[in-house]
Write a new protein. Structure first.
Ligand SMILES: [Zn+2]
Length: 345
């Protein structure tokens, strides 16, 4: 079917109490894997491109890939701009055929973020496109820790990793969490469709380890009544039952991703986890086949691994079975339109 807009997909999800994954693509194999996973589980899906991915692959290439995959898929597929930090990037994506935009002005003073977001919302709404915007600050791990510090932490046992992360970055994250009254004003004055409101997650974290401020998320959703977007989801504690094993001691008001879906999280961005899985499987294949001449022998297994990983997230978000059509039977050739003949040389 043609590309869907995020509005139709997310409002349905909110009304029915599940969330939709927004998965970042970096190349053809990842895009195929994401749509294949959604097709196999009969789930709506959002593929999203960062400005970096657009620079790498080209705007027309990204749009064309998403359109071809959507056209061949029996489930709704949305193409979203992730972290569009400038006005022109949003306009270019609108013109190219994206079906969902994001203006990320969280670095700007609130007044300016409101003014810029309202401007983009005005343009996007005039052609029926929804817009996501960001308030508060979802921090990025690379800005909080050096590469050497991260490598050192990651070499430790998981509970120890959490203890150090809590000590080193916990307070910094707390200072950047969105405030409900600001969120309400922002939504009222911009007319934005979805809000990325920082509630404690960190971009680029790993390992299902980091708790969210569920109390704050609940207040923000109650104040704004629009779907809330999760950024930095790859490292978030998935389920409270994992807390002990991860060494996570929840403080009052904190909870997991599953708790967050119940109180407002509706679009959940996943980038780091899929990229890491792609690289892991590609390097594993390269290790098994030294001197391999055919890139498909390395990229194919990476694509398969991303299908499996994406399916884990779709099940977690409970959007499986919500694709509005009977589940595709079997997995072979489920990338519609015969775009990929699996197993063929
Ligand atoms: Zn983000």
């Amino acid at each position: 079917m043609p590309l869907a807009t995020s509005r139709e997909v997310l409002l349905k999800a909110r009304a029915e109490g599940y969330a939709v994954g927004a998965f970042n693509l970096n190349n053809m194999e990842m895009a195929q894997a994401i749509v294949q996973a959604a097709t196999e589980l009969n789930s709506p899906v959002i593929v999203q491109a960062s400005q970096g991915a657009i620079k790498y692959a080209g705007l027309e290439m990204i749009t064309a890939m998403a359109r071809v995959l959507a056209d061949g898929a029996p489930v709704p597929v949305v193409l979203h701009l992730d972290h569009g930090t400038d006005y022109k990037q949003n306009v270019k994506c609108l013109r190219a055929g994206f079906t969902s935009l994001m203006f990320d002005g969280h670095d700007l003073p609130l007044e300016q973020n409101i003014a810029m977001t309202a401007n983009i919302v005005d343009i996007a709404h005039s052609v029926g496109l929804p817009v996501e915007a960001e308030i508060g600050s979802v921090l990025t791990i690379e800005n909080l820790l050096t590469d050497a510090e991260m490598a050192e932490i990651r070499a430790l046992e998981i509970p120890k990793q959490f203890e150090i992360l809590r000590k080193k970055i916990g307070r910094t994250v707390e200072e950047h969490i969105a405030k409900p009254e600001e969120a309400k004003r922002f939504v009222d004055e911009t007319g934005v469709d979805f809000l990325a409101a920082a509630v404690g997650s960190v971009h680029g974290l790993w390992l299902d380890i980091w708790p969210l401020r569920i109390d704050r998320l609940k207040e923000i959703f109650e104040a704004t009544q629009i779907p809330i977007v999760s950024h930095g989801s790859s490292g978030v504690l998935i389920d409270q039952s994992h807390a002990i094993e991860k060494g996570v001691e929840l403080l009052p008001g904190e909870g997991s991703l599953k708790d967050a879906i119940k109180v407002g999280y509706t679009k959940i961005n996943v980038a780091t986890a899929l990229s890491m899985e792609f690289n892991r499987a590609m390097l594993e294949a390269a290790g098994k086949r030294p001197g391999e001449k055919d890139p498909r022998k390395l990229l194919g297994p990476a694509r398969d691994a991303v299908v499996a990983k994406t399916k884990e997230y779709i099940r977690l978000f409970e959007s499986d079975g919500k694709g509005g059509s009977p589940a595709a039977s079997g997995s072979t050739g489920s990338l519609g339109g015969g775009t990929v003949a699996r197993g063929e040389e």
